[in-house]
Design a protein around this ligand. Structure first.
Ligand SMILES: [Zn+2]
Ligand SMILES: [Zn+2]
Ligand SMILES: [Zn+2]
Length: 264
């Protein structure tokens, strides 16, 4: 049996967000049900495999993963790796798949370097399109466009089970033709839903992501089950009662939910 579990649906910094008193953040501080962890998923096959090592990893995993698949070097996607080290899980040569550039960064910089030096992780490259076969599932990395500030590259992952396929694409700058093709060619897609609309942040121009609202028309023509993840703390979709959420659901889409599983 191959299945995917959603472990987090927030943008890198989680909900609540440090130093923020917006309605979503204040609500999350008062109601633990509204706390959201940084975006990540777990694949269960012949073992447990983590996609994105978030700062919330200790709440997301009750057992040490058998491998980790990294997407890129931003706050919500890499620092959880440190919990595999001596101060925490003290893991033994766990395979960690990433781009060549990110592997260099991990190998060369303390504190991440200690994971390699102490034998906690075993870095493996996955951006050459070769893919990884697990028990019944296979994992393929696909480079995506995501900010020049990540010179080490960004990956989305396609996971194929015996019956269905799932795309995990947590961070993209825009819905390029290539990104749309990736979505179109799977059964289920977890897609970057950072912002509902452009008026969420003053500095939104410097934080590129396609807005969910502006993507709905294009995505409506696609036959894939699409769920949005990686939601910024400002995103009204975080509130199940919001007009934005109603609008989204009426259009046939949904917000990914922590704990939700998909059989592949
Ligand atoms: Zn991110
Ligand atoms: Zn906030
Ligand atoms: Zn990012």
């Amino acid at each position: 049996m191959v299945s995917i579990e959603v472990l987090g649906i927030a943008q890198d910094a989680g909900v609540p967000h440090i130093g923020c008193q917006c309605p979503n953040c204040e609500t999350a501080r008062e109601d633990p049900e509204r706390v959201r962890y940084s975006s990540a998923i777990r694949l269960e096959d012949d073992g447990h495999y983590l996609f994105d090592a978030t700062p919330d990893i200790r709440f997301q995993l009750s057992e040490t993963p058998d491998s980790v698949f990294l997407t890129h070097a931003h706050l919500g996607h890499l620092p959880g790796l440190l919990f595999l080290g001596r101060e925490s899980a003290n893991a033994d040569e766990i395979p960690v798949y990433c781009t060549e550039g990110l592997a260099d960064v991990i190998r060369e910089n303390v504190p991440l370097r200690l994971l390699v030096d102490e034998g906690n992780i075993d870095l493996r490259l996955i951006d050459d399109g070769s893919g990884v076969s697990l028990g019944e599932a296979s994992v393929t990395a696909v480079p995506v466009e995501h900010r020049e500030t990540v010179p080490t590259g960004t990956l989305a992952y396609r996971i194929d089970g015996p019956d269905r396929s799932l795309l995990y694409m947590s961070d993209i700058d825009k819905l390029t033709t290539d990104a749309l093709d990736l979505i179109r060619n799977v059964d289920i897609a977890l897609v970057d839903g950072t912002f509902w609309s452009r008026d969420e942040l003053d500095r939104v121009e410097t934080v590129p992501h396609p807005t969910v609202k502006s993507s709905l028309d294009v995505l409506a023509a696609v036959d894939t089950e699409i769920l949005f993840t990686h939601l910024n703390h400002t995103n009204p979709l975080l509130d199940p009662e919001s007009d934005a959420r109603k609008h989204l659901e009426e259009a046939g889409f949904s917000v990914a939910k922590e704990g939700k599983t998909f059989d592949l």
